[in-house]
Design a protein around this ligand. Sequence first.
Ligand SMILES: Cc1cc2nc3c(=O)[nH]c(=O)nc-3n(C[C@H](O)[C@H](O)[C@H](O)COP(=O)(O)OP(=O)(O)OC[C@H]3O[C@@H](n4cnc5c(N)ncnc54)[C@H](O)[C@@H]3O)c2cc1C
Length: 477
Amino acid sequence: MSLNRHIAVIGGGLTGLSSAFHLSRRFPDIFITLFEKQHRLGGWVQSECVDVSPSQQMVLEAGPRTIRPNAKSILELVHLLGLKDSLITVPRTAAAARNRFLCIPEHEQIQSLPASLSSLVVSPFRSILLPAILREPFRQANRAHGSQDESFDSFMTRRFGKDLARTLGSALVHGIYAADSRKLSVRAAFPLLWEAEERGWGSVILGLLRSSQEEDLADYEMGDIPRNMNGVSVFSFRNGMSTLTDALKNYLVQQPNVKILSDTPVTSLDVSETKIQINQGMLKPTHVVSTIPLLALKSLLPSLPHLTANPSSSVTLINLVFSVPPNTFHPPGFGYLIPRPQDDYSLSMPGILGVIFDSCSLSSQDTPTTNNSFTKITVMLGGPHPLTEDHTRIPVVISHLEKHLGAKLPDPVLTRTHHHDKCIPTLTLGHVDRISELKEVLRRGVWRGRLEIIGAGVGGVSVADCVDAGKRVGSLW
Ligand SMILES: Cc1cc2nc3c(=O)[nH]c(=O)nc-3n(C[C@H](O)[C@H](O)[C@H](O)COP(=O)(O)OP(=O)(O)OC[C@H]3O[C@@H](n4cnc5c(N)ncnc54)[C@H](O)[C@@H]3O)c2cc1C
């Protein structure tokens, strides 16, 4: 790339910040300007440190909170930004890793999911899980000839039966996408499962067993960080996920070739054969990375195809802190998810997607870490559930939790309610093909490869997917 080039990054969430980070390292002599419409950087990543008593501090997350240890793009940032000492890990042997629960709407109370083959035999879900898992490898290949995609629910029903698809499948999708599994594309949202079916001659289980254990680690600069991940179930940061976005920001503001413009929305993006203009000529970059939601990009570039194809889920997230020691009114564990109701989503449902037992899963975020006398949990509501204001009132939510947990809850000493509008895109059927077409238009049309569109609405929604997209952006520039 020649010296007179200038890259504009639109959006200062995790994708935009990691794009600017990797681009500034790859092109140290090229100017990079990052536009963020809000004052604060980080997008959905938002951690708050609160004093719950004169001697006790807690981290409350309003967005993402845990990362899987195979997230190489994040481990790379941990290494490059020197965040090793901020890491907190949950071992696979911990209760938070082993104990996960489901709350089937018809049963009302939470039930434990099996953590091993031996516990599967005595699990309350054995009548659903055992036959589904034992039969799947012997079930004939049944993907429709030439099928390019299907819903996650249809995929799971085809391979594992409708009971498992509704209970486990829909609950998983509630927990990751806050979406209806009947609307989500399996190929876009769970590509490993879609590919496993191909590799396993029609069987997902055989395909997963045949998957190559060899990982392409050479592509990532991770130092000795992977060693910290041996035997780890999930990880986070002592002061919350904002540690990552704050460190990215602190790195970027020190780079002479990077400028961050907060409080500066991109309101126009014009392109001709010879020039690109942002905000009526405020900046004339040679290349642009858009990391904003596709629906927001539509208002800047109405002629691009497929930007409005996917809806996004809105989620209400409630942090609750109680003045009782952890695991008093809930069992030790990660938390529980609630599957789709047997009929359909309706206003009469509690609207809860899942509950995370934060004090158990991320207890080392709270100080002092020992003799903790407070419990924090997070309740997620909404997504495909229609919500009224009443659904998110604290006493109403607590009354539902009491039924799920079969225990009386004390009054919370601290609550935070966040209404996140359109925060997680639902990658609907055909998403992968639509994105290929969009990329083709950007390559061949007037943009001639000078604009790349990435972010949660394009690739996967996990923080690792977002950072990975930022690492790979502009690889042909
Ligand atoms: C409640 C919640 C919980 C989650 N939990 C997890 C989890 O535990 N683990 C996990 O892996 N993932 C999780 N995710 C997913 C993950 O956090 C997100 O997918 C990811 O943070 C999205 O980052 P992004 O940068 O692509 O988008 P965003 O965070 O949406 O950033 C886009 C940025 O663009 C800015 N912007 C928009 N329009 C303009 C404009 N015109 N000009 C300039 N700036 C603009 C916005 O203000 C925003 O800052 C969660 C998401 C949510 C919402």
